[in-house]
Design a protein around this ligand. Structure first.
Ligand code: SF4
Length: 289
């Protein structure tokens, strides 16, 4: 059990499952960041799932860097190339949370927070002292240590958490880690243990877990195994099934994913899903090519 999350960062960082052991006061780790908070942008965001964006928008904060290196990352300028970001202190991040709350945000949506979570916890503590009341959303790849998830019980209200792959060779070739599935399912079970399934009151999420999955072209078997795992292990947790994939970043170098999703692949998955008890949000087929 983690008593102080900073113990995972200093002197050598083991904060995320990569456990690369870098001295973050001196160097950048595999997440491409050192010990200074870096954000790419923050704003009200209306494109999340309906109970997250609501009417007023989700108070989204995008962090730079990432502990995964997905070759198709749709946020790659921020997560992989870090082409634009601003360093902020923990106090400044707390003030940003308060600003977003004042603008009417239904929640604070931390996008790719895992490699900065020790600093984000400080900001949340400070923001609460300044009057932050809206829920905290942890928007993650799920490549998170399960003991860190348990530690976050008092900081996080809602998990918007991916389950990307069940297959280690696919996760290795596309995201750079072969242990994605075993790490992610432990993290998801810890999220569920602490927060339960997503709770929605008057159309707005207040707490709990929703699992996201981006359908990759050429890998319907992967998506079906992901859905089966969710049905078997998190039967009351809603999913968000996304069809918006387009080849980005290095995806053009991978012949299986260098195109958008075909309608026939999408229909096969939706037809499988309709035979399960899984509930949630299914993005319409959105390949316009
Ligand atoms: S958070 Fe970054 S520095 Fe720390 S273990 Fe993970 S990749 Fe390495």
């Amino acid at each position: 059990m983690i008593k102080d999350i900073k113990e995972l960062v200093f002197p050598k960082c083991r904060l995320c499952p990569r456990q690369c052991g870098v001295e973050r006061s001196l160097h950048k780790g595999l997440c491409k960041t050192n010990n200074e908070l870096e954000i790419a942008s923050y704003n009200l965001h209306f494109g999340e799932e309906p109970p997250i964006s609501g009417i007023n928008g989700s108070g989204t904060i995008f962090f730079a860097g990432c502990s995964l290196s997905c070759v198709y990352c749709q946020n790659y300028p921020i997560s992989q190339l870090k082409s634009a970001y601003k360093k902020v202190s923990t106090d400044e991040l707390a003030e940003i949370m308060i600003k977003l709350q004042k603008r009417g945000a239904h929640n604070i949506n931390l996008v790719t927070p895992s490699h900065f979570v020790h600093l984000i916890c400080e900001s949340i503590d400070e923001a609460k002292k300044l009057g932050l009341k809206i829920p905290i959303v942890y928007n993650t790849s799920s490549y998170d240590r399960d003991d860190v998830v348990l530690y976050l019980e008092k900081y996080v209200d809602i998990y918007l958490a991916d389950l990307k792959y069940t297959n280690s060779s696919l996760s290795k070739s596309l995201s750079g880690v072969s242990d994605y599935f075993e790490i992610a399912i432990k993290a998801l079970l810890a999220m569920y243990k602490t927060k339960g399934a997503l709770k929605v009151i008057n159309g707005i999420a207040t707490s709990g877990l929703m699992v996201r999955h981006l359908i990759l072209p050429g890998h319907p078997d992967n998506t079906i195994k992901v859905l089966k795992w969710i049905e078997d292990n998190l039967p009351d947790v809603p999913i968000s099934l996304m069809s918006q994939y387009f080849p980005a970043y290095k995806a053009f170098e991978f012949k299986d994913i260098n195109r958008k999703l075909k309608e026939i692949e999408y229909n096969e998955i939706v037809s499988y899903l309709n035979k399960t008890q899984i509930d949630g949000f299914i993005q319409d087929y959105c390949n316009n090519s």
